[in-house]
Design a protein around this ligand. Structure first.
Ligand code: NAP
Ligand code: F7E
Length: 355
């Protein structure tokens, strides 16, 4: 039987890596794209321009809040695997647009599951669940598949709904439906307003002379950051098992936002000297004394998830999943990509600078 994947959120970070991964495995890939007034296909532009387009790779206009649209597309495409990656995925912004987040990140999962069920229910379903389910529950860190949920944002709450409705469809209708509970994963394709990419872009711009300083929110927040390319393989592995189940993907290595910032500056040869605390904390170039980092309360959230650290033991044992990029490798990859793209440096110049 032909492998046919349907990906919601194909224009996002994970959607783009997953598409490359599945096309390389010989899948037909169908992706749902929202209508925008500006171009939003930057991350998959290279695939649109490749020989795959309209042969093995197909795009369809859709919005995951529109159930009639989903119903029709599932009926037309007849996917063998569905990867539900679409979401309003920014935690901070979910406080600004809570109702829309509930629709796009929560109820839309029910709409897609229902579209699959009504159309026969016999394809495999991946739900993009998240470490934000755990939110404020730090006691048993590293968090794992059995850690209780305590979401701390409209985004987290919407994802809790999606998690449980996926389990519910598995148990009620015997559907092959899995939750991948993924801890933060990043890449040079990460959205520009997530903290890691915000940092690497800011440093590249500062070195190009087009930005003065980097302003951040809570620098004590700790995250378990992995590489997105590793995590999409985990999604696919979850759909290869005899029985559907839920799995954590993480690195079990935690770093604060401050440590990420230091590591990113270190990649371009700058050592940071920190002074002050909380809102008054500032980071200076140790050599020149120039102010490089400060804190702006604009980037604080009404409720913060302070500490996320994941235990991927179940995925490692049952799926054979293993991450290939560590924290230092991830920071280096992201910093280099933004230096080449933004600071206009050639790979040779970048290597020279790093010596
Ligand atoms: P992302 O870069 O923000 O991509 C989100 C995707 O969803 C984009 O393609 C976006 O389309 C699409 N989308 C949003 N609202 C939609 C709507 N109403 N209808 C149709 N499409 C819509 O997110 P990501 O980092 O790739 O993450 C993928 C999924 O994993 C998300 O569900 C996220 O919540 C979840 N997750 C991410 C992480 C992480 O660390 N990256 C960790 C755990 C879970 P546009 O391009 O049109 O905006
Ligand atoms: O924040 C702190 C912020 O926005 C990380 C999404 O993919 O991962 C992501 O959610 C931490 C938070 O990601 C700034 O307060 C400080 O503590 O990069 P982020 P996130 O909120 O962890 C999870 C797993 C998902 O599922 C989500 O979809 O960094 N922080 N200063 C800041 N964050 C941002 N964005 N901007 C700052 O200036």
């Amino acid at each position: 039987m032909k492998n046919v994947a349907l990906i919601t959120g194909i224009t996002g970070q994970d959607g783009s890596y997953l598409t490359e991964f599945l096309l390389a495995k010989g899948y037909d890939v169908h992706g749902l794209v929202r209508r925008h007034s500006t171009l939003n296909t930057e991350r998959i532009e290279h695939i649109i321009r490749s020989d795959y387009h309209k042969v093995k790779f197909f795009l369809h206009f859709a919005d995951v809040t529109d159930s009639s649209n989903l119903m029709r597309l599932v009926a037309d495409i007849r996917p063998t695997e569905v990867y539900n990656l679409a979401a309003q995925s920014h935690v901070g912004i979910s406080f600004e647009v809570p109702e829309y987040t509930a629709e796009a990140t929560g109820v839309s999962t029910l709409k897609l599951l229902e579209a699959v069920r009504v159309n026969g229910g016999n394809c495999r379903f991946y739900q993009a669940s998240t470490s934000e389910l755990y939110g404020g529950f730090e006691e048993t860190a590293p968090q794992h598949e059995k850690t209780p949920f305590y979401p701390k944002s409209p985004y987290g709450a919407a994802k809790v709904y999606s998690y449980w409705v996926t389990v519910n469809y598995r148990e009620s209708y015997d559907m092959y439906a899995c939750n991948g509970i993924l801890f933060n994963h990043e890449s040079p394709r990460r959205g520009e307003n997530f903290v890691t990419r915000k940092i690497t872009i800011a440093i590249a711009k500062m070195l190009a002379g087009t930005q003065e300083k980097l302003s951040l929110g809570n620098m004590n927040a700790m995250r378990d950051w992995g590489f997105a390319g590793d995590y999409v393989e985990g999604m696919w592995l979850m759909l290869r098992q005899d029985k559907a189940d839920d799995y954590v993907l993480a690195t079990n290595e935690g770093h604060t936002v401050r440590e990420f910032t230091e590591a990113a500056f270190a990649e371009v040869g700058i050592k940071i000297r920190w002074e002050g605390e909380g809102l008054l904390e500032k980071g200076y170039d140790q050599e020149s004394g120039k102010l490089l980092v400060d804190v702006n309360p604009e980037f604080y959230r009404p409720a913060e998830v302070e500490y996320l650290l994941g235990n991927p033991a179940k995925a490692e044992k049952e799926l054979g999943w293993k991450r290939t990029v560590d924290f230092k490798g991830l920071v280096a990859m992201m910093m280099e990509a933004d230096m080449l793209a933004i600071a206009g440096i050639t790979p040779t110049e970048y290597k020279e600078r790093k010596k």
